[in-house]
Design a binder for this molecule. Structure first.
Ligand SMILES: Cc1cc2nc3c(=O)[nH]c(=O)nc-3n(C[C@H](O)[C@H](O)[C@H](O)COP(=O)(O)OP(=O)(O)OC[C@H]3O[C@@H](n4cnc5c(N)ncnc54)[C@H](O)[C@@H]3O)c2cc1C
Length: 376
């Protein structure tokens, strides 16, 4: 009977980041997905520079466009351009990016297998047993990287409830428009959604346009997106690939109690609620799980403790992002007024592009408001 060091469920950015590091460290890793690759994935495919740097290999071959300027639009139609000399983010098409990352992960030594369904997951202090429609798999560790609707999360939820209490969903829907997008701006538009934004992401021969909401209960559907597309580009444009998907929040509130099973990426709630950015959290948490598993297999520390310490900064940042998101989306116009301050604008851009300890950003905000109140 083969016992894998780790079975990773889901071969998106989180699963690949985890399996890549495990395989590179010489561990035996089986990476499972319900789809063959390339496969479509609802996602605007924007990778901030912090994400590009976190990846273990260059993704240059799948970069469509580099972006050094973003246009922020408010409900009263005012616009704030934010930019810098260096790139802020890069544009990819997710089907291409994910297939590329999977190839790199297989080259590093991970074994990929398509599965139809997981029937059950059992674990004890030594190992995990995954019963899939395609056979029974044994592993020392299991990583759930199977997205916002994670089966691993629901099957392993503490107390046997059907859903983990700390987990919360947002929603995003998108479509593609064929056009020469070389000169189009990357836009975050805070007018079309109450607790979220609309986006326009330029990708060489098309733009990806969509709506994001931190509250999965707000109705985002095809007709609402079509109305937004018409407002932006007129009604004679050809739109294709409408798709929507949940994104996962809540990692900051999750105490990761299991010693053998870790949840990463959307499955573990690692999406930033303020921006909807999930690929960074997916890559970072996937790598943290790999490092945790290696620590225990190499008898250095327990996997659970290592996972908690390796995700500490990320979870703290997500907690602060959650607070900022709640306050920002309650009154985006006030948020816009604050963004007129160049120092704060710089800090927000720097955090989005390169990653910044948000505790630092909060201190800056407090200093600025103290400064304003003493000046008035
Ligand atoms: C419309 C939209 C636009 C977005 N735009 C951006 C963006 O521009 N930038 C950004 O950073 N984030 C964006 N996000 C968020 C981002 O897509 C996710 O956070 C990111 O994909 C999470 O990666 P992941 O590996 O955790 O999960 P996923 O990418 O969802 O991958 C999960 C994988 O698990 C597989 N799987 C699922 N269930 C099972 C199962 N039972 N068994 C086996 N395999 C399974 C799936 O086939 C999939 O391959 C967007 C999200 C949406 C919905």
């Amino acid at each position: 009977m083969k016992i894998w060091d780790a079975v990773v469920v889901g071969a998106g950015p989180a699963g690949c980041a985890c399996a890549y590091d495990l395989a590179s460290a010489g561990k035996s890793v089986l990476l499972l997905d319900k789809s063959d690759f390339p496969r479509p994935k609802a996602c605007a495919g924007g990778l901030t520079m912090k994400t590009v740097r976190a990846l273990r290999f260059s993704i240059e071959p799948v970069i469509q466009q580099k972006v050094d300027r973003i246009l922020l639009e408010s409900r009263d139609s005012s616009r704030i351009p934010v930019g810098r000399r260096r790139s802020i983010c890069v544009m990819t098409v997710r089907a291409e990016l994910d297939a590329f990352c999977l190839t790199k992960t297989i080259e590093a030594g991970a074994v990929f297998q398509r599965i139809r369904r997981i029937d059950s997951i059992a674990h004890d202090e030594e190992k995990v047993v995954v019963t899939a429609a395609d056979g029974v798999l044994h592993a020392r560790f299991l990583v759930g990287a199977d997205g916002a609707n994670s089966q691993v999360r629901t099957m392993c939820s503490e107390g046997g409830t059907s859903e983990a209490g700390w987990f919360r969903k947002g929603l995003a829907i998108e479509a593609n428009l064929r056009r020469d997008a070389h000169k189009d701006d990357l836009v975050f538009d805070f007018s079309p959604v109450m607790s979220g934004y609309g986006w326009i992401f330029p990708k060489r021969d098309h733009v990806n346009i969509g709506l994001y909401c931190i509250d999965a209960e707000e109705v985002l559907n095809r007709s609402r997106l079509s109305t937004y597309i018409t407002q932006q580009f007129g009604d004679d444009v050809k739109t294709e690939d409408f798709a929507g998907q949940y994104v996962g929040f809540g990692a900051a509130k999750h105490s990761a109690k299991n010693d053998r099973i870790f949840l990463v990426g959307d499955a573990g709630g690692f999406v930033d609620p303020l921006t909807g950015e999930g690929i960074y959290g997916a890559v970072m948490s996937g790598q943290a799980a790999a490092s945790a598993i290696c620590a225990q297999l190499n008898h250095r520390a327990t996997a659970r403790e290592t996972f908690i310490s390796r995700t500490k900064d990320l979870r703290e940042n997500l907690q602060i992002a959650e607070r900022i998101a709640t306050s920002f989306y309650a009154d985006p116009q006030r948020g816009f007024r604050v963004m007129k301050n160049p120092l704060l604008r710089y800090a927000v851009l720097k955090n989005y592009a390169d990653g910044l300890q948000l505790t630092g950003l909060l201190r800056t905000t407090r200093r600025l408001s103290l400064h304003r109140s003493s000046a008035s």
